[in-house]
Ligand binder design. Structure first.
Ligand code: NOJ
Length: 467
């Protein structure tokens, strides 16, 4: 039987916008999602999990169920309602109280500064396409490093730069809802990496106790067949989703192969990206000082050659079999395969997580350590009078934990795993029907109910044995 190390973090992950609710309380500034969701009219980010008021309950449950780490994000617009300017005392106080409660419950907070929720004022002004907003982000980060230095040891600059950028400018599922603009996708990713590098350099200059890293969505791309065309397609998609960001993070430059692929993708889609020498100097300086890498991983992709126009259907309802993902000049993602998948067409392939960790160790040896900062299974849980039997989720977590344990055995330094999500939360494109939590939430009453997976997780955390 596989066993995890003694100092391993058994964590739960959340994000401000998906958990807090209370979007109009405490002088919080608006974020682009507020308007986007109002216009869509499908669902509201309130009440979400009402974490703004319920966090003592969630942290008490965490302690009870063996969860000894929590990923929380700070809502930038609670600290600076407009993204910059005068800080908001109510927002600051809220996070002081929240972090204190974490420590009271022996749950180590890992704090993300940006989890998809740029303040609306800055978003309207170009979000991370606008270089001025890089400066606003760095100022906000510096403010938080100083203000919360006694309560927060682990800092994360960004959550999932690739999904943010494609959501905004490729699939159009994130505000501002633009589709198929590859120039903007690469520019946004690049600029967010510049913001990461700058914030990291500021953090190191403060000499505060603590560590800083970044969370990337890193999911392995495999060729659908052994053909050269499919291999090429998988490689191009890997550069777009993984290698571009990994190079910037750990090499401190974009490798020749990476830039060749980027230019090929941009040429096929009439796009351009502006990368300044001064940006690369920042990368070179920052790349040695990442204290850890956060990996978010849910699925793997199998890509085959494709030679048509861009064509995407985002399955945001859980109607299995409706996903389409074909990118011009890159390739096509295959969904209908002999591999189990969720109702949202996410292929369940834990080997992909193992392969990614081994790749990081081999290709980016200065990674220092890895936390699996998100992994979990979206599922339409059946409430059944409070007896929530989510065995498929347990099977999912178990198989991915086994990948983690095997990677550790094979020499990868993995220090923790955060289940997405600690409790059920609001989902960006699914609202409330896609649940991930260890704790079920009745969103009308905000009552919490531990699922079968919560009891399983407790035993795992106590014994560290994966059974
Ligand atoms: C990754 C994101 O960080 C999180 O916000 C999201 O809800 C989960 N994936 C599940 O899709």
């Amino acid at each position: 039987m596989l066993k995890l190390p003694e100092d391993f973090i058994f964590g739960g992950a959340t994000a401000a916008y998906q958990a807090e609710g209370a979007t109009k309380e405490g002088n919080k500034g608006r974020v682009a999602w507020d308007t986007f969701l109002e216009e869509e009219g499908r669902f509201s980010p309130d009440p979400a999990s009402d974490f703004y008021h319920q966090y003592p309950v969630d942290l008490e449950l965490s302690e009870k169920f063996g969860v000894n780490g929590i990923r929380i994000s700070i809502a930038w617009s609670r600290i600076f309602p407009e993204g910059y300017g005068t800080p908001n005392p109510e927002g600051i106080e809220f996070y002081h109280n929240l972090f204190k409660e974490c420590h009271k419950r022996n749950v180590e907070p890992f704090i993300t500064l940006h989890h998809f929720d740029t303040p609306e004022v800055l978003h309207k002004d170009g979000d991370f396409l606008n270089k001025q907003n890089i400066e606003h982000f760095v100022n906000y980060a510096e403010f938080c490093f100083k203000e919360f230095k006694n309560e927060v040891y682990y800092w994360i600059t960004f959550n999932e730069i690739y999904p943010v950028s494609i959501g905004q400018y490729l699939t159009g599922t994130f505000p501002p809802g633009i589709r198929f603009d590859f120039g903007k996708v690469f520019q946004s990713m690049h600029n967010m990496m510049v913001a990461h590098a700058k914030a990291l350099i500021v953090f190191k200059s403060l000499n505060n106790p603590g560590e800083i890293g970044i969370v990337h969505s890193l999911e392995t791309r495999y060729p659908y067949t052994d053909s050269e065309e499919d291999k090429k397609a998988a490689h191009l998609d890997d550069v777009l989703a993984n290698k571009f960001l990994l190079d910037a993070t750990f090499k401190g430059y974009y490798s020749e192969d990476t830039m060749k692929c980027v230019n090929q993708i941009l040429a096929a889609n009439n796009g351009a990206v502006d990368i300044q020498d001064s940006d690369l100097e920042l990368f070179a300086k920052a790349c040695k000082d990442n204290d850890f890498l956060g990996i978010n991983s849910y699925q793997s992709s199998f890509i085959r050659a494709y030679d048509g126009e861009n064509d995407i259907h985002h399955n945001g309802t859980g109607e299995k079999g409706t996903s389409v993902f074909r990118l011009k000049g890159i390739g096509e993602k295959m969904f209908d395969m002999e591999i189990p998948r969720t109702d949202w067409d996410w292929l369940i392939y834990p080997e992909g997580l193992y392969d990614m960790m081994i790749r990081i160790k081999n290709d980016y040896p200065n990674y220092k350590k890895i936390y699996i900062t998100e992994n979990g299974m979206g599922y339409k849980d059946d409430f059944n009078d409070g007896v929530i039997d989510d065995q498929p989720r347990i099977d999912y977590i178990k198989s991915h934990m086994e990948s983690v344990a095997r990677a550790i055995e094979d020499g990868v330094n993995v220090k923790g795993y955060f289940l997405w999500s600690l409790m059920d939360v609001f989902s960006w494109s699914n609202g409330y029907n896609k649940r991930y939590g260890l704790f079920y939430i009745n969103f009308d009453t905000q009552e919490r109910y531990p699922k079968k997976s919560a009891y399983w997780f407790k035993e795992l955390a106590e014994t560290r044995e994966i059974k």
